[in-house]
Design a protein around this ligand. Structure first.
Ligand SMILES: [Ca+2]
Ligand SMILES: [Ca+2]
Length: 178
């Protein structure tokens, strides 16, 4: 297995490929942006070419970066999608929210305590669907997607530093207690 590392202090993402006998070599390092204060990333194939891509969450610059994998630990130029001024996104996750076979992105904004969703089209392009209207009463720091209530539809679990509180149903954009 290879490893991807987000380097908070120097605002880069490093890809480490495992070589023979288990040694890890840094093959590529990608600069997010000055002041990005990147908080999290997600590794997934968003363009269905079987090569893993990376999506980076930039707390300081209020955006995300999509890096399309080219194989052998190399990636294309980063593509930037803003999530809103002073939102300070802290966490991202990826899944197919609308069941069209294409990966979509969910961003949890730490400062504005809400979510932004991006609809995938099977390539590097994502459509910003806007901000989920409900504000949470805590700053979301980690999010995850799953079928938590076993209804066959995806929900999202949102965690603050001291609390695990909500599952949001994307099918109806309603908040479920949990
Ligand atoms: Ca890919
Ligand atoms: Ca989708």
């Amino acid at each position: 297995m290879d490893i991807v590392v987000a380097n908070f202090n120097n605002e880069t993402v490093s890809v480490l490929l495992r070589k023979d006998r288990g040694a890890l070599n840094i093959t590529n390092t990608f600069a997010a942006a000055t002041g990005s204060l990147l908080r999290s990333f997600f590794v997934v194939d968003v363009n269905n070419d079987t090569l893993l891509d990376i999506i980076v969450c930039n707390y300081g610059t209020d955006n995300i970066n999509v890096l399309i994998g080219l194989g052998k630990g190399t990636f294309g130029s980063k593509i930037t999608y803003p999530v809103g001024l002073e939102t300070h996104p802290g966490s991202i996750t990826v899944d197919d929210l609308n069941k069209d076979g294409q990966m979509d992105i969910i961003v949890a904004n730490y400062e504005t305590k809400n979510l932004v969703t991006f609809l995938g089209s099977g390539n590097e392009n994502f459509e910003n669907l806007g901000t989920y209207s409900a504000r949470f009463d805590f700053a979301p720091s980690i999010i995850a997607v799953g079928n938590f209530n076993n209804d066959g539809r995806l929900e999202i679990l949102i965690c603050g530093y001291y609390i695990i509180k909500f599952a949001v149903s994307f099918s109806s954009l309603t908040m479920l207690s949990c």
